[in-house]
Design a protein. Structure first.
Length: 257
């Protein structure tokens, strides 16, 4: 049985003051309030009217038709009454250019290979769309992150986080962060320029997203609650000693080049 809006939005209440929800609050808070008041999810989302697509009920997706193809052909996003699809809709509102670009690349891949063959490009789109994050950071910070040098990243280099910018992009990651736990890990896409608004970031990302770049899977894992200022417990250096969360880089096999 599907969960009711009461269980989704009351018992899993969204803390809009959380740092990871800052970019989403302006669009998300009024929609969540409308849902709590009993509004139909599709009507509440379409009422915000900040997206190049319309939101429709999941039942509008014809049997056998790919979700991504439906969006591409009709400009409509099938949406269920749950937190996962709520955050997906918010992403369409806040990052409309990037979401549209991802959908166009998906449609091109489906046209070229068919629905059944996913391939590296579609797999990478799923990673970014569901669990991605966007990070602008100084080179030293990025290099330590890429090397999984957690103690250096969050210890010696901790002051450099003041120069970084981070947005959680993936709607599945945002759903998890409604009830945060230590091991939530996002897959980071590096952003070259600083941004002054989500519109600026959206424009840059839409231009940066290409099939070739996605196929290379340029993601780096980041246990997101380790970010300074994002979780009170990480003020203690012992927070980062948990090797089940802050895992070391994999060693290359002996003799590998």
């Amino acid at each position: 049985m599907a969960e009711s809006r009461d269980s989704l939005f009351r018992h899993n209440s969204i803390d809009w003051s959380a740092p990871w929800l800052a970019p989403w609050r302006e669009s998300g808070e009024p929609v969540a309030a409308a849902l709590l008041a009993g509004s139909d999810p599709v009507a509440a989302l379409n009422g915000v009217a900040r997206s190049p697509v319309a939101f429709v009920a999941q039942a509008d997706l014809p049997p056998g038709m790919a979700y991504e193809q439906f969006i591409f052909e009709r400009g409509q996003v099938p949406t269920r009454d749950n937190l996962h699809d709520f955050f997906n809709a918010l992403c369409w509102m806040v990052f409309p250019q990037a979401k549209q670009r991802l959908n166009r690349i998906q449609a091109a891949e489906i046209a070229a290979r068919g629905v059944a063959v996913r391939g590296p490009v579609r797999d990478a789109i799923t990673v970014l769309d569901e669990n991605g994050a966007l990070l602008h950071a100084p080179d030293a910070l990025w290099d330590a992150l890429a090397a999984r040098q957690w103690q250096r990243l969050f210890g010696e280099l901790r002051p450099l986080w003041a120069q970084a910018q981070l947005v959680v992009f993936g709607h599945a990651a945002l759903e998890k962060l409604v009830t945060p736990y230590k091991s939530i890990t996002v897959h980071v896409w590096r952003v070259s320029p600083r941004w002054d608004s989500t519109l600026e970031l959206d424009t840059w990302l839409a231009q940066d997203l290409t099939a070739a770049r996605l196929a290379a899977k340029p993601f780096v894992p980041l246990p997101v609650l380790g970010v300074p200022g994002w979780w009170p417990a990480n003020q203690d250096a012992a927070f980062y000693a948990d090797a089940e969360v802050f895992r070391p880089a994999r060693r290359a096999p002996a003799g590998a080049q």
